[in-house]
Structure formats: structure tokens, C-alpha cells
Design a protein around this ligand. Structure first.
Ligand code: URP
Ligand code: ZN
Ligand code: ZN
Length: 461
């Protein structure tokens, strides 16, 4: 299959120009001012006049089919990657989980079984490690060799995911030696647990107490500790879902010292705030996620961090639970509300609208934050994350002038609410190619289950 994309405005993290682009099979093979000469040799021509031609989005933080909080996240690899594609994201890096006593390889096999035959677009895995005695540390290298080159460790959720500081230090040393990257859920979960128990003992059960028992200082302390342990281990660290100014200051300080500390934030922390927990009745449960939404003044600080490159990536932490039968599990006890929210489909449009249209970031930075930086940090570049000859033809044709109103009634995520219900965004994904195959065209689904491939990632450069 050869596809010619005519007259689009190609934007990468560094370039911005109008040109034609030729896709042959799965790869971009030619970019030129005028490729009319190849018209007779192609199977399909797409007129991209007035449209942006950008690299497919990479969301390096999703949870498809994740057993969590007594239930499982509502999107599986088919519905989740399909929704991602509708929103312009063509690669996800999802989190496999190693449970206590399990070999890392065994855990990986479980996640392969969830994704294979289902994912409609490409996927990689990080491995969440919950049990790393010394004899298991060599398994980190074995996973890196298989293309699973990053690992998530938790300082939160004692008794479920939390690992102690000694384990963090050993894992960072072992992973760092072989080009692996530790992704840290940085929150002081031990202190948070005390706060949660105190709140419940005092009869505070409503969703807003999820936020009130997770202070920004608990996150900042976790970030500080994660970076300090990484420095002692002589390894890089990547802070996931950073939500607040207190935590950002820790990353900024480390980066000013020249330490290899990296961090992502998510649309919900840039655009939603604590007031959502004060909504009527049980509505606040929609926003129960960890870290929680913060006070509004944090938002502009996070945008500033994105501009100054103290934050490098915008992911979603897509971890949807329906209100019906899932969030409801915590109707009488906020600590039983499954933690997480939907967003994989909305990321690109939300960031384009509130970032580029609002004058907070430019077009190149938009591409960098939603695609290129994740590709570089997580060992996918330049195969993915850019528009270049030789790169995978993961391409989004994006209409910067079309408006769309976000709603659960029309979204493709398998979840019964939208965190952004009724919001209008200007800048919408129109056509999506995944390795050369058109999978979304003007709102219509053209992809197929199982077409997504596991992407073996390289080491942290
Ligand atoms: O609330 C969240 N973030 N759920 C997903 C698990 C995690 O910590 O990323
Ligand atoms: Zn987390
Ligand atoms: Zn997560």
C-alpha cells in the first residue's frame, strides 16, 4: 500500500513546513515540496491542504484491563487503543504488573495475552515491580533485553504496590546499569495511609476526602526522595503523573543541579482542579485519581514547567472506571473508590486547544510533549515520535480549525462518563495512519483488532 499525503503542514518537534509525504508499506519513504510525479504509483491520495500532519501521539502512561481497587479498568487493549487512535494517539506504553512472588517474565506474559489479538495500534510495556528480592534483580536486565526497558515503582499504596526505599535503590542501580529507567509513583503512601484512617475514623467518607488526605507535600516528599535515591544509585529517574507546584519545584531543583530527573504531567492536572470534588452528591468520584486534582493555582505553574522543559511529557494515566458498579464501590467510603480516570482519547485535542490555541505552547512543543519526548525517553525514537524518512508511518492529519464537543455520548472510551463533558475544543484528529494503514478517517473506524504490534523499546540514552 502506497499513500501520498498532499500539501499538508508537517510539524515535528523542530520543523514546520508545507510539503507532500509518501508512505510505502509501513514507512515514510519520501518528503518533498511537490511529489506529484509519484501520483500514478500510489493506491491512495489524501489532500491535507489546511491540515497539520503530525507524528502519531505517544501516550506513555495507560492502564488497559488493569485489575485495581476490587475491579478492573473499563477499557481493554482493543477499546482503549481504538479510543486512543480516534484521539490521534497511535502508540501507548501500558503498565504490566508483577504481583508478589511472580517472576517478571511471567507477569509480562499475562500482559502480552491481554494485548495480543486485541490492540488496534502499537503498544509497549513498562513493568510495575512489587516484589524484588535480590535474586530477582537480574530479571530487570532480562526484561530490558526484551524491549521492556522501564519499570514503575510505587512509594504509595502500602500493602498493594508500595516498595521500600532499599528496594528502590537496588532496582535503580540494577536497571540503571543496563540502560533501564525507573518510573516513580512518588507520594508518601505511609503518611497518606494514616491520614486516610483518621479521616474515616472521623466519619469523613465523601469523595473529596480522597484529595484532602493526599497533600501536595506528600507528593513533593516522594519526588525529593525518589530523586535523591536515584542520585545515590547513579541512575536517571522519571516521575509519573506529577500534579502540583510543590512536586515540580523538586524536579526543577534537581534539573538545575544537572541531575537526570524527568517528569510527566497529565491533562487533568493542567485543566481540572480540586473544586470538582465539591460537586453534588457522589459526582466527585469521577475525579478520584492519584495524585488527586489540586488547587487551581498549580495549573499555570505546570504549564510553565512544560515551557521550561522541567516537565518533558504529557501522558494521560488513562485508567477508566465506570460510575456504575465501579466508582460506586466507594459510595460509603472514599478509600474504596477505584483510583483513576479516562482520558486517552482527549489528550491531543485538549492540549492543542488549551496549549497551542491559548498561546501557552507553540506547535513544535505540542508535538514534542505529546509524542517526540516520550519516544526519546522511552527508547522509540526515531522509529516513532517524528515525521521523517525511515520512520514508521504513524501519522495524524489534524484539523486545527474544526471544533468538537467532548461527551461520553460520543467518545470511544468504554466508560460511562467524561471528565470533560461538554467542553468544546478547537483542533481535532481527522485521519490516522498506524504504520501506513488508515485506521481512522473522518470519524469512521477503519482499523482492526490485533493489528497493533508490541514495540520493543531501546534503552535509555
Ligand atoms: O489513580 C490512578 N492514577 N490510577 C492508576 C494507577 C496509578 O497510580 O497510576
Ligand atoms: Zn501511579
Ligand atoms: Zn498510572
Amino acid at each position: 500500500m502506497r499513500t501520498l499525503i498532499k500539501n499538508g503542514h508537517i510539524v515535528t518537534a523542530v520543523d514546520s513546513y508545507t510539503a507532500d509525504l509518501l508512505v510505502d508499506g509501513e514507512t515514510i519513504v519520501m518528503i518533498g515540496k511537490d511529489l506529484s510525479a509519484v501520483v500514478g504509483t500510489v493506491d491512495k491520495t489524501i489532500d491535507a491542504t489546511g491540515k497539520l500532519v503530525i507524528p502519531g501521539g505517544i501516550d506513555p502512561h495507560t492502564h488497559m484491563d488493569l485489575p485495581f481497587g476490587g475491579t478492573a479498568s473499563a477499557d481493554d487493549f482493543e477499546t482503549g487503543t481504538r479510543a486512543a487512535a480516534f484521539g490521534g494517539t497511535t502508540t501507548i506504553i501500558d503498565f504490566a504488573v508483577q504481583y508478589k512472588g511472580q517472576a517478571l517474565n511471567e507477569a509480562l506474559d499475562v500482559w502480552f495475552a491481554k494485548a495480543q489479538g486485541k490492540a488496534v495500534a502499537d503498544y509497549g510495556f513498562h513493568m510495575i515491580c512489587t516484589d524484588l528480592p535480590d535474586e530477582r534483580l537480574p530479571e530487570l536486565k532480562a526484561l530490558i533485553d526484551q524491549g521492556v526497558s522501564s519499570f514503575k515503582l510505587f512509594m504509595a499504596y502500602p500493602g498493594v504496590f508500595l516498595v521500600d526505599d532499599g528496594t528502590i535503590f537496588k532496582a535503580m542501580t540494577a536497571a540503571g546499569e543496563h540502560g533501564g529507567l525507573i518510573c516513580m509513583h512518588a507520594e508518601n503512601g505511609v503518611v497518606i495511609d494514616v491520614l486516610v484512617k483518621r479521616a474515616l475514623a472521623a466519619g469523613y467518607t465523601a469523595p473529596k476526602y480522597h484529595a484532602l488526605t493526599r497533600p501536595t507535600k506528600a507528593e513533593a516528599e516522594g519526588v525529593h526522595r525518589a530523586i535523591a535515591i536515584a542520585e545515590m544509585a547513579n541512575s536517571p529517574v522519571y516521575i509519573v503523573h506529577l500534579s502540583c507546584h510543590d512536586a515540580l519545584k523538586e524536579v526543577q531543583h534537581a534539573r538545575d543541579l544537572g541531575l537526570p530527573a524527568f517528569a510527566e504531567t497529565c491533562p487533568q492536572y493542567l485543566l481540572l482542579d480540586y473544586s470538582y470534588y465539591e460537586k453534588e452528591g457522589f459526582e466527585g468520584a469521577k475525579y478520584v485519581m492519584t495524585p488527586p486534582l489540586r488547587d487551581r493555582e498549580n495549573q499555570e505553574q505546570l504549564w510553565k514547567g512544560l515551557r521550561s522543559n522541567d516537565l518533558q511529557v504529557i501522558s494521560t494515566d488513562h485508567c477508566p472506571f465506570c460510575m456504575k458498579e465501579q466508582k460506586e464501590l466507594g459510595r460509603d467510603d472514599f478509600s474504596k473508590i477505584p483510583n483513576g480516570g479516562p482520558g486517552v482519547e482527549n489528550r491531543m485535542s485538549l492540549i492543542y486547544h488549551h496549549g497551542v490555541n491559548a498561546g501557552r505552547i507553540n506547535l513544535n512543543r505540542f508535538v514534542e510533549l505529546t509524542s517526540t519526548a516520550a519516544a526519546k525517553i522511552f527508547g522509540l525514537f526515531p522509529r516513532k515520535g517524528t515525521i521523517a524518512v525511515g520512520s514508521d508511518a504513524d501519522i495524524v492529519i489534524f484539523d486545527p480549525n474544526r471544533e468538537q464537543t467532548i461527551s461520553a455520548a460520543t467518545h470511544h472510551m468504554r466508560v460511562d462518563y467524561s471528565a470533560y463533558e461538554g467542553w468544546t475544543v478547537k483542533g481535532v484528529t481527522e485521519i490516522v495512519l498506524s504504520r501506513g494503514n488508515v485506521i481512522v478517517e473522518n470519524g469512521e473506524w477503519k482499523g482492526k483488532a490485533g493489528a497493533g504490534r508490541f514495540v520493543k523499546r531501546g534503552t535509555f540514552a
